[in-house]
Design a protein around this ligand. Structure first.
Ligand code: ADP
Ligand code: AMP
Length: 217
């Protein structure tokens, strides 16, 4: 069977990472987050991490050529043979085209694009209350709190706030999303792949709607 690729679309803070993790687990697919890949490179002080750092801290996008190469490499690994849930990629029309070309080479294509809709005003609160675990698990001080403040429920590690989740940077990231990524809504709508999801519901309700969209695709 051709591998399954799902693209999670939505502004920063919409819940892409939260939902992509659940979806990947339910469908037994790999969760591929370009943000996580860049952060891992940053932590390991690789050349790629050093290149990405400035863009990330300023809330800008890392250049397409670098990002596309990283994703091509990741999706070519054996653990992605059955497909992947893509989170944070593509973020520009050039990336979307590159993804189509790559998946064609794999004898596949994007199956469905859940577009998680949340109004800009709610995103700042979502992101400024986001607590991250070094493992990539995502909490929220109010909407998805860990049992013990600042401690990961699963492995007990110390939670932290992302450098780029400061309100000023968040506002810039939303602008960048509106300018560079929002055109993908039409791109995927034209291909009849887009399914709009109300991202203001509870985390569980959003998961249910996305699962329905995947099953019906
Ligand atoms: P994204 O990957 O799209 O940037 P995240 O999945 O990291 O977004 O979610 C951003 C923040 O909002 C996190 O702190 C997360 O716990 C919280 N969150 C995610 N989904 C919901 C929801 N449906 N309702 C309230 N808070 C949510
Ligand atoms: P995220 O974790 O998805 O919020 O991404 C964090 C940051 O990583 C973004 O603000 C960008 O600087 C960078 N990044 C992640 N994915 C991409 C992408 N597809 N294209 C360019 N930059 C990206």
């Amino acid at each position: 069977m051709a591998p399954t690729y799902i693209v999670m679309l939505g502004p920063p803070g919409a819940g892409k990472g939260t939902q992509a993790k659940k979806l990947a687990q339910k469908l037994d697919l790999v969760h591929v987050s370009t943000g996580d890949l860049f952060r891992e490179n940053l932590k390991n002080e690789t050349e790629l991490g050093q290149l990405a750092q400035q863009y990330m801290n300023e809330g800008e996008l890392v250049p397409d050529d670098v990002t596309i190469r990283m994703v091509e490499e990741r999706l070519s690994r054996p653990d992605c043979e059955e497909g992947a849930v893509l989170d944070g990629f593509p973020r520009t029309p050039a990336q979307a085209k590159a993804l189509d070309d790559l998946l064609k080479k794999f004898g596949s294509s994007v199956k469905v694009v859940p577009y998680i809709k949340v109004a800009d005003e709610a995103l700042v609160e979502r992101l400024s209350g986001r607590w991250m675990s070094p493992s990539g698990r995502v909490y929220h001080e109010k909407y998805n709190p860990p049992t013990v403040k600042w401690i990961d429920d699963i492995d007990g590690s110390q939670l932290y706030q992302r450098e780029d989740d400061k309100p000023a940077t968040v506002r810039h990231r939303i602008e960048v999303y509106n300018e560079q990524t929002a055109p993908l809504i039409e791109y995927y709508r034209d291909k009849d792949l887009l399914v709009e999801i109300d991202g203001t519901q509870s985390i569980e309700e959003v998961t249910e709607d996305i699962m329905k969209a995947v099953e019906e695709a």
